[in-house]
Design a protein around this ligand. Structure first.
Ligand SMILES: C[S@@+](CC[C@H](N)C(=O)[O-])C[C@H]1O[C@@H](n2cnc3c(N)ncnc32)[C@H](O)[C@@H]1O
Length: 213
């Protein structure tokens, strides 16, 4: 056991065999398996989705579909999870993993740029998981928030950006663009009266935003 996160993961409900097989398939069949949600984060996504019980959900940035499957498994029967992924090379693997998890009927996969696809999605989104290119996070928020149902949940991943968000102000001039964008979005979300938010130090930082109303 090396870290507190290892300890936490070991004291968290373990994924079932299907999720284990999918996670192993991601390691075997993709060049960048670290881009996937881990089983630990997946358990949280699943639990949050079960609690929110969404009928309509969206994932922005899917990679190999692990996070999408965890969300889909927590949705109401008959619901729809819109999954947006820019890289067409991941289409087959997302579909294959969704089939393994028997959630294909819940997932509507959109291959393309999230900025083009998000405006076409219906209103009354219950849950959104934003996990794509960081430089567009604020644009995604601005498009998604007006489409959210009051009481809905928006989840952002990577909001600690490898810890770079807490660099001293004088060194921020040398921060990369993504760091400044994430810092700005964290500030924006925290002062936005339309939501209640909490930044959790889970993996690379998960920001949960409950839409008021
Ligand atoms: C960190 S991975 C997503 C991991 C996934 N959400 C999970 O839980 O396993 C980020 C994904 O976002 C995709 N992506 C990046 N820019 C995008 C864009 N502009 N529109 C849609 N997808 C994008 C990448 O191709 C990549 O597959």
């Amino acid at each position: 056991m090396n870290t507190l996160e290892d300890y936490c993961a070991q004291h968290t409900s373990a994924p079932d065999k299907v999720l284990n097989d999918i996670y192993r398939s991601i390691a075997l069949h993709t060049a960048n398996p670290h881009m996937s949600s881990t089983p630990y984060q997946g358990t949280l996504l699943h639990m949050l989705t079960r609690l929110a019980s969404p009928t309509l959900a969206v994932e922005v940035g899917s990679f190999a579909g692990y996070g999408a499957i965890c969300i889909a498994r927590g949705m109401r029967p008959g619901g729809t999870l819109h999954v947006i992924e820019a890289n067409e090379e991941y289409e087959a693997i997302i579909r294959s993993h969704a089939q393994m998890a028997e959630v294909s009927d819940l997932i509507q996969l959109h291959i393309g740029q999230a900025l083009d696809i998000l405006p076409t999605l219906p209103n009354n989104i219950d849950l959104a998981f934003i996990d794509a290119d960081k430089t567009n996070y604020e644009h995604y928020y601005n498009i998604i928030l007006p489409k959210m149902r009051p009481g809905g949940l928006i989840i952002f991943d990577n909001m600690l950006w490898y810890g770079r968000v807490v660099e001293e102000p004088e060194t921020q001039l040398r921060c990369d663009r993504s760091t400044r964008i994430i810092q700005h979005l964290n500030d924006t979300l925290t002062s936005d009266p339309r939501i209640q938010n909490i930044l959790l130090p889970l993996r690379d930082g998960l920001m949960l935003c409950r839409v008021k109303g």
